[in-house]
Design a protein around this ligand. Structure first.
Ligand code: SF4
Ligand code: SF4
Length: 291
């Protein structure tokens, strides 16, 4: 079984053409700007929308595992007690709770993806796996293999932070790598994101040595993290002969999810970065924004 966070149809920024993006759960990193923090765990997670909640306590009463408490009218979820049974979600009359994550077979996922085959054919699109780190779950290979056997174009938005064995095994069934280049300063990368820089470097070097034309380096431009180092990061990607380099301007759109997980979002006060802000870096090989 494959742990899935979400399946998004008609995606237009996750590779060429019209695509279905399958967000897989589990990530070895914990980037403080993450737009999908609900994907970090392999297990399902409970999201609570305080704007919809009336503090009626029905969820707390429905939970048999003491995973929900209230103090001063504030909802609190103890995830270590949670058994992901969904009773609280069913009990809430205001749709304030969502349990994110479900286990699916590769065939079940592919059935969803196949619904838009006509659009892929017309637009040169296909399926993208994202996350989280979509190559982390060993079973991801079953999905990618099945998609290739069905004749679909496949892409992965990857951090590259997986074992070289797993990375190379999945690469056989991937047409395009949207490979994150967050930083090349190993200490900074490790401290801020929790990544293993050696793994990332090894996988990036391997795939760009084999198939540089199938790699797009994606640099999320993050204030106070890598914004001052963009020239260095672009030069690094160019030195690996990648097909293109995409600079992704910072956006705070993940904030609502951090709130719903009961976590503090570190970039609360940081405004959305305009594309124009990065225009000086634009050239043939370097684009501002996703595909
Ligand atoms: S999913 Fe089940 S165990 Fe978890 S908080 Fe809700 S009712 Fe409790
Ligand atoms: S059942 Fe829904 S509305 Fe009631 S306290 Fe729980 S989350 Fe809030």
């Amino acid at each position: 079984m494959i742990n899935v966070s979400n399946i998004e149809r008609f995606a237009t920024h996750d590779g060429p053409g019209i695509r279905t993006t399958v967000f897989l759960k589990g990530c070895p990193l914990h980037c403080p700007w993450c737009a999908n923090p609900e994907t970090w765990t392999l297990q399902p997670v409970l999201l609570h929308d305080a704007r919809k909640c009336t503090s009626c306590l029905r969820c707390m009463q429905a939970c048999r595992y003491q995973a929900i408490t209230f103090s001063d009218g504030q909802f609190h979820h103890e995830s270590s007690n949670c058994q992901h049974c969904g009773a609280c979600v069913d009990a809430c009359l205001n749709e304030a709770l969502v349990l994110n994550g479900q286990a699916m077979t590769a065939e079940e996922i592919l059935k969803e993806v196949e619904k838009d085959r006509l659009y892929y054919e017309e637009s040169q699109g296909g399926m993208t796996v994202s996350g989280g780190e979509p190559l982390l779950q060993e079973e991801a290979i079953d999905l990618l293999r099945a998609a290739k056997q069905a004749g679909l174009h496949t892409a992965a938005e990857t951090t590259g932070c997986v074992s070289p064995q797993q990375f190379r095994a999945t690469a056989e069934y991937l047409d395009l790598f949207l490979f994150d280049v967050k930083h090349i300063n190993a200490e900074k990368l490790r401290t801020v994101t929790g990544a293993d820089p050696d793994l990332i470097q090894e996988n990036f070097a391997w795939i760009t040595a084999q198939r540089p034309q199938d790699v797009i380096a994606r640099i999320p431009v993050i204030p106070d993290f890598n914004e001052a180092d963009l020239e260095e990061l672009i030069a690094y990607a160019k030195a690996h002969h990648v097909k293109e380099i995409h600079l992704l301007p910072f956006h705070p759109l993940g904030k609502a999810k951090w709130d719903r997980l009961g976590k503090r979002y570190a970039y609360e006060a940081e405004p959305l970065m305009n594309k124009e802000h990065l225009q000086n870096y634009a050239e043939d090989q370097v684009r501002i924004g996703g595909q």
